[in-house]
Design a binder for this molecule. Sequence first.
Ligand SMILES: Cc1cc2nc3c(=O)[nH]c(=O)nc-3n(C[C@H](O)[C@H](O)[C@H](O)COP(=O)(O)O)c2cc1C
Length: 338
Amino acid sequence: METLLFSPYTIRGVTLKNRIVMSPMCMYSCETEDGKVGNWHKIHYPTRAVGQVGLIVVEATAVTAQGRISSRDLGIWSDEHISGFQELVSLMKEHGAKTAIQLAHAGRKAEVTGEILAPSAIAFNERMRIPKEMTKSDIEETIQAFQNGARRAKEAGFDIIEIHAAHGYLINEFLSPLTNQRQDEYGGTAENRYRFLSEVIDAVREVWDGPLFVRVSASDYHPEGLTVKDYVEYAKRMKVQGVDLIDVSSGAVVPAKINVYPGYQVPFAEAIRHGADIATGAVGLITSGLQAEEILRNERADLIFIGRELLRNPYWPRTAAKELGVEIKAPVQYERGW
Ligand SMILES: Cc1cc2nc3c(=O)[nH]c(=O)nc-3n(C[C@H](O)[C@H](O)[C@H](O)COP(=O)(O)O)c2cc1C
């Protein structure tokens, strides 16, 4: 049987061998607290390449030191970070995977020492610190940091860049009216709240002509927050700006109770795909080959992002292939056990 899950997918000239994507997942494993790639990353990511994942998205990687979630996050805020990523990329590619990096800034959710930045001076909850409302020059510097991060990612050899605009981190904080109460051109209307992301995309596109993904939180799960309808409109704008795929997650902008079940975010990916006529990635409690194949066949998304299941089982592509009755190539060293 021909499956979509195991058929190649080409996006802006980059061909993935299948539709399985390792979702970005923070490892908080920089022992040295300097944002540099270490032994853990060099074992963890290439293992999923050996496991036949088509595209590996390296975890949220901070474009500034102050934009880290924790002091153990990966970072790309200096040229000194490039060589570690070069090595990591070449290890993943050696085993046939394509590679992406998620460029991130944690905004008010940063838990590093010193000043933390956000569009407005509102804390996430009573346990977290009140951020400083960003000035125009903070905004300009941060956009520049995203551009520098993109240039360094290109030098490191990544195939794809993903901008992290989800989960209540900095870009998401600008997009949502719950976290953005600015009075200037970066706040107020939907267009104004989009301005920061728009400028980040343009800045990245100046130095990056490869595939560009953006991860969004398609629902704030709050009566006054954003819904998938708002994100269909934002996705239309992103498409015009040269974004190739929307990776559709949800929530974490404000504390909220989310009812989760298998595929709970898939309807968002489907709505954005059809509403904005743009490729989407589906993510969230997708754990079986059949479930992934259903999403692709019914044209609900173009790529399947797998998170925790790939932590449990780095060879999940093999498991999914068996379930779907297809054979996929084993690394030659493993042929006797595949
Ligand atoms: C340990 C861990 C770390 C995560 N770190 C990130 C991250 O760096 N960036 C991001 O966008 N999502 C992050 N996520 C969310 C995952 O990418 C994914 O969207 C989520 O786990 C739902 O998919 P799943 O049900 O397949 O795990 C993380 C999730 C986990 C479990």
